[in-house]
Write a protein that binds this ligand. Sequence first.
Ligand SMILES: *Cc1c(COP(=O)(O)O)cnc(C)c1O
Length: 376
Amino acid sequence: MLTKTKIYLSSPHMGGSEQKFVDEAFSTNWIAPLGPNVNGFESDIQEYIGGNKHVAALSSGTAAIHLALQLLKVSKGDEVLCQSFTFSASANPIVYQGATPVFIDSEPDTWNMSPELLEIAIQDRIQKYKKPKAIIAVHLYGMPYKAKEINAVAKKYDIPVVEDSAEALGSRYYDDYCGTLSDIGIFSFNGNKIITTSGGGALVVTSKEEKDRAVFLSTQARDNAPHYEHSVIGHNYRLSNVLAGIGRGQMEVLDERVAARRRNFEFYKKHLSKFNSISFLEEPESFFSNRWITCITTDSYKLREDIRLALQEDDIESRPLWKPMHMQPVFKDCVHFTNGVSEDLFNRGLCLPSGSNLTEHDLHRVLKKILKPLNL
Ligand SMILES: *Cc1c(COP(=O)(O)O)cnc(C)c1O
């Protein structure tokens, strides 16, 4: 009997030469968290994103955010402003540092941090407590946030910005790649991201000194001495040379992956935009999204759930949009500045299967199920 295979939201998609780089790691015995693939992967990313940036390959995107906060000297008692509409990994490192997140809602054009609410929050925190130590803004689902506006507010109050570009490798804002638009950027190469090393991440900084500091902290903070000498607390956050080999292969096909994800978006839009009850997030002028995940918003919670359940019936994975951090039990006591945008998106939005390896046949199988509740 022919059994249908499960369709995932976003599954790994190897290009072909990953295995060659991994084999090289084995044949040269560089089975360690350093080596030629780590250096090569870092220069591949540097070359791709441009902007004279320095890149440190790390074990995860979360580790990269954690190190970014340490480079910015975020510590106990500090507040960090963070986009509320995101994955918890954007905010967790704030708590690792003993600092407190303050959540900022989104604006409707990009679904990302509202520059207006950001300024209101900064003024409020300065008045009531103290100046926030950093801002974490996110290019959610690959859509760039309004970097000019966010950077202008950040500059006005002299607060550094950490750019969570975990979902936005290959996205562009005007002439620049996401990850290079602020003081410190981060990428993720987790299994569900646009390219993957199975697990991995990168930190993007503007000077060699910052990179060296990040690498130092990511390799247990060993001082320069013949024995092991430590004057600060470090981490084990460096990327494995084996996994960096996967990354090198993946970088060769990144632009193809972006093109494929954008084709998925166009497919869904072509077949679904005629329904008034479904809408898509469009790119503002000069914004280029990698369309990591195609998301739709429905006109009601019920329709969203009907579609989600219809897909589930056929073993097709879909998922409501991120539940905002200010609504999460773990962050319920955190100060937040909201306008209803992210809560509404959470109630009516759905992530559709968006892998770069979906076939035309897969997409039609998904579409057929989405159409079912729409045509009732
Ligand atoms: C995936 C993701 C992260 C964390 O990356 P990991 O590599 O999984 O640790 C952080 N922020 C956002 C928005 C993400 O989607």
